[in-house]
Design a protein around this ligand. Structure first.
Ligand code: KIV
Length: 269
């Protein structure tokens, strides 16, 4: 089984074969996703709100992200592992961006990094690529800019914003990005970007015309039990499955039916 690479993703786009990307934050989950044949595992900075209990992605540190990336990398044989550069670890200077991004490949077993932003990141994308660090770009609703957007809103809705996003995507491709995540933008805009780019586009709430689909794993599996965004499809309701298992365990312990004789050791058989 060969590893998914930048080259194999480009070939998938050329063949019209859809790419799957899910988030992963730990070793056992990474193993499951790898076994299921998911192409790309993103150790997203959604780690902050999904796993670490922060209000948003902004507090995530480089060390936290690297720690979880290491665990995910240990759980994969085939999937490409993407480290997600957290807020303030790449927007400052190119030297800092190269050093921090390089740690994902050097110390954490990732194969590439993701960063948010458009043309203002072109120089950084170029420098990372030249250093040997493949970059996945991220346009549209970029959660690290939530305070600029004033909330989590669909982006690229006006003609001007749509044109700006198309140009950003082309500039990032030219700078060396090997793929681009398009988050929460209108379907027609995502289709236009996908047709214009040679590199794959990955939709996170950007409709069916992209070259691949992205989802936060906990949303797809219905772990949190709360409200999810319109673009999320819940393929399971693990929240209810887990609550049922846990309340049954508690009840059986309380009434003394667990552990049963089959769960107990004896000195002699
Ligand atoms: O951090 C994350 O999980 C992401 C995806 C939603 C694309 O950036």
């Amino acid at each position: 089984m060969s590893r998914v690479t930048v080259g194999s993703l480009l070939e998938m786009k050329e063949r019209g074969e859809k790419i799957t990307l899910l988030t992963a934050y730990d070793y056992p989950t990474a193993k499951l996703l790898d076994e299921a044949g998911i192409d790309i595992l993103l150790v997203g900075d959604s780690l902050g709100n999904v796993v670490l209990g922060y209000e948003n992605t902004l507090p995530v540190t480089l060390e936290e992200s690297l720690h979880h990336t290491r665990a995910v990398a240990r759980g994969t044989n085939r999937a490409m592992v993407v480290g997600d550069l957290p807020f303030l670890y790449y927007q400052t200077t190119i030297a800092e961006a190269v050093w921090n991004a390089g740690r994902y490949l050097k110390e954490a077993g990732a194969h590439c990094v993701k960063l948010e932003g458009g043309r203002e990141r072109a120089e950084i994308v170029h420098a990372l690529t030249e250093t040997g660090i493949p970059v996945m770009a991220h346009l549209g609703l970029t959660p690290q800019s939530v305070n600029v957007f004033g909330g989590y809103r669909v982006q690229g809705k006006t003609e001007q914003a749509a044109q700006h996003l198309i140009e950003d995507a082309m500039i990032l491709e030219e700078a060396g990005a090997f793929a681009v995540v398009l988050e929460c933008i209108p379907t027609e805009l995502a289709k236009e970007v996908t047709n214009r780019l040679r590199i794959p586009t990955l939709s996170c709430g950007a409709g069916p015309h992209c070259d691949g689909q992205v989802m936060v794993l906990h949303d797809l599996l219905g772990v949190s039990g709360g409200k999810v965004a319109k673009f999320v499809k819940q393929y399971a309701n693990l929240h209810d499955v887990i609550i049922e298992a846990l309340t049954t365990f508690k009840k059986e312990v309380a009434e003394g039916s667990f552990p049963g004789p089959e769960h107990c050791y004896r000195a002699k058989n």
